[in-house]
Ligand binder design. Structure first.
Ligand SMILES: [Cu+2]
Length: 323
């Protein structure tokens, strides 16, 4: 009787077993993808450093994908026709060999197939990311440039005037000249101090002793910034620790970014809605740099890497919304 029950149970379970195993493989694949691929690829989110992997299974055969994921460098070196064309398309950035086992590559492909398949069925393919809007020319940078050119012109004029007016030697009234110098120095000092006092409150840096309203952990890696509510200290944390697909910050709150890097040095530069650089710090492996900002202007802020970190550096960007 017990034997019969076991056989019956098996008959019921066996058809589900392969599907279960497939889902488990896809789940391990999801973690691997977060750790090793998400910095360059999305599945259905558009091209980044490398192509969008949605529909990869329709474009290529399983063997081709398996081989490319495990040894892209070899395939490119062997001048595989598709691989070479892809390299041309993607700014000659060669996908690195990540030293994956064949079993890991299969798990990754299962994940890509699962996510790509469900998204393709659920939503029409997304158009490629819209290009950044052109910044207005009256951006703060342009104002600074204008002031710089104006002051430079004045300096050139003064030099020219001094040059032309001293062609003939003349008696110098030393006392008067020193008096003039003192007056100039006092005026310049007053201008500098006044400008400093007036512009100080506009700086987005916060007082060190204040307690932050919100702490955001940032892990930079080639070629991506990952935001999280918990510290991410190694690539192994990715996939285990929940990361934020979308970061919203309250306006005028004191936000503390705790910035580190998982590989090489990067820069963490925050640009405001008008693409003005507001604050920046370095992202260094093994260190946590704190960047405290209070952002008043609502809108979409961009984060760009400010340190050349390898071939995909230009694509290394992220952003958040202030509401
Ligand atoms: Cu960079």
């Amino acid at each position: 009787m017990r034997y019969l029950a076991a056989v019956l149970l098996l008959c019921v379970l066996v058809p589900f077993a392969p599907a279960r195993a497939e889902n488990e493989a896809a789940d391990r694949g999801r973690i691997l993808f977060e750790q090793k691929c998400a910095s360059c690829h999305t599945i259905g989110g558009g091209a980044r450093v490398g192509p969008d992997l949605q529909g990869a299974h329709q474009r290529r055969s399983e063997e081709w994908l398996l081989r490319f994921v495990t040894e892209p460098d070899r395939m490119i070196a062997e001048k595989d026709e598709i691989a070479v064309r892809l390299v041309e398309q993607f700014n000659r950035i060669v996908m690195p060999n990540l030293g994956l086992q064949a079993s890991e590559a299969r798990e990754l492909l299962a994940h890509i197939k699962l996510v790509g398949g469900t998204q393709a069925a659920a939503a029409p393919p997304q158009p490629a990311a819209a290009p950044l809007p052109r910044p207005d020319l009256i951006a703060p940078q342009s104002i600074v440039l204008g002031v710089f050119l104006f002051v430079s012109a004045i300096i050139v004029l003064v030099f020219a005037w001094v040059g032309f007016s001293t062609r003939q030697p003349e008696e110098v009234n030393v006392k008067k000249a020193y008096g003039f110098r003192k007056a100039l120095f006092a005026t310049a000092s007053a201008v500098v101090v006044a400008t400093l006092v007036m512009t100080m409150p506009g700086a987005p840096y916060a007082v060190a002793s204040l307690k932050a309203d919100r702490i955001v952990y940032v892990a930079a890696r080639q070629f991506d910034f990952v935001f999280s509510d918990e510290p991410i200290t190694s690539a192994a944390d990715l996939g285990r620790i929940p990361t934020m697909r979308h970061l919203d910050l309250p306006a005028n709150a004191l936000v503390e970014f705790r910035v580190t890097s998982l590989d090489v040095n990067h820069g963490f530069g925050v640009y405001g809605p008008e693409r003005q650089l507001l604050a920046q710090t370095q992202a260094m492996p093994g260190y946590v740099n704190r960047l405290r900002v209070s952002l008043a202007q609502p809108g979409h802020y961009k984060v760009f890497c400010l340190e050349y970190c390898a071939a995909g550096h230009h694509a290394m960007q992220s952003g958040f919304d202030v509401k």
